[in-house]
Design a protein around this ligand. Structure first.
Ligand code: SF4
Length: 311
């Protein structure tokens, strides 16, 4: 078994486009962006990328890795729906085809991501990742408190935070643990801050929805069998809250002015918006304006398949 357990250091913290008609004189009735860990990271990394995803909501094609990650999450959710004694590896492997059927039910664009011979190769990748899970936790020995929980809170009464928590565990002594599965590899030291940002984000949402500081936050990286854990304290989360408030104010100011500059960075090579990005010779579509404040907040444009950074 090659399992690494790491405790994070505390730190501060080719798209097809259908252009909307010019709506300058019309009220904009699109969903109001909300802040999720992914969208917050987008704005910090590249304001234009944030705009195209969260404001313009230009669809991005799902990647094979995102689909695989979504199926793994579905298998693990189904696994915990079984009686504890039945949650053994063989049973987990049998859950893969059903989870795949569920993921593809509403997405006719993901069949193209599996080989012409069918989804068996993808199934095998999913099974290997689920096998890795058994080297990190024993699902027969505990009962989750919640699975795939959508957490929503308006921070300071006005900043919409949204996120999905993969699993919440509550120990017999009442201590709460928040768990997030990742099907990629654990981040190196340079990218640790992003993982910690996500963990603090979840911890703050739990604090503001349940008035509980989680005893532990756990990221489970299945590809390399690594656990990242973090134990927050209230003061640190309150400092982080002030950082999120400042970040949201910066987003709202950009939303008011339409000034979302591109920021060329190491992740550009994975960005689906290069054809619309001035850094790569493209031109963004006309700014559609910030959505009305009375519309429902939505943080993601892709239903059913998780964004790549969330798998
Ligand atoms: S290609 Fe790079 S600079 Fe351009 S929108 Fe994407 S992330 Fe931003």
């Amino acid at each position: 078994m090659s399992v690494a357990a790491v405790t994070l250091r505390s730190m501060s913290v080719p798209v097809s486009v259908s252009l909307a008609a010019d709506t300058a004189d019309e009220p904009v009735r699109r969903s109001r962006p909300a802040l999720s860990p992914s969208r917050a990271a987008d704005f910090k990394q590249c304001p234009l990328k944030y705009r195209l995803r969260a404001v313009d909501r230009i669809p991005e094609p799902p990647s094979r890795a995102a689909v695989r990650g979504t199926v793994v999450h579905a298998v693990l959710e189904d696994l915990f729906g079984l009686p504890a004694a039945d949650r053994h590896p063989q049973r987990a492997a049998e859950l893969v085809p059903g989870a795949w059927d569920r993921v593809r039910a509403d997405r006719d664009d993901i069949d193209q991501l599996v080989a012409a011979g069918g989804p068996e190769a993808l199934f095998e990748e999913v099974r290997r990742l689920v096998e890795s899970y058994y080297e990190l936790e024993d699902p027969t020995r505990f009962e989750p408190h919640a699975l795939e929980e959508r957490v929503e809170v308006d921070l300071a009464g006005e900043i919409p935070l949204r996120g999905f928590v993969d699993r919440i565990d509550v120990a017999p002594n009442g201590l709460l643990r928040v768990v997030d599965y990742k099907t990629g590899r654990a981040p190196g030291p340079l990218h640790e801050a992003r993982a910690l940002f996500q963990l603090k984000f979840y911890a703050l949402m739990i604090l503001r929805t349940r008035d509980i500081v989680p005893a532990q936050l756990r990221l489970i990286y299945l590809a390399d069998k690594v656990l990242l854990t973090y134990a927050p304290d209230r003061e640190e989360l309150e400092r982080f809250e002030r950082i999120l408030i400042a970040l949201w104010q910066a987003i709202l100011e950009a939303g008011r002015t339409g000034d979302f500059p591109p920021n060329r960075n190491a992740m550009c090579r994975f960005c689906d918006f290069q054809s619309l990005c001035p850094e790569f010779g493209g031109t963004p579509p006309p700014y559609p304006g910030w959505p009305q404040q009375d519309s429902a907040p939505v943080e993601l444009g892709l239903p059913d398949v998780r964004p790549p950074e969330d798998v």
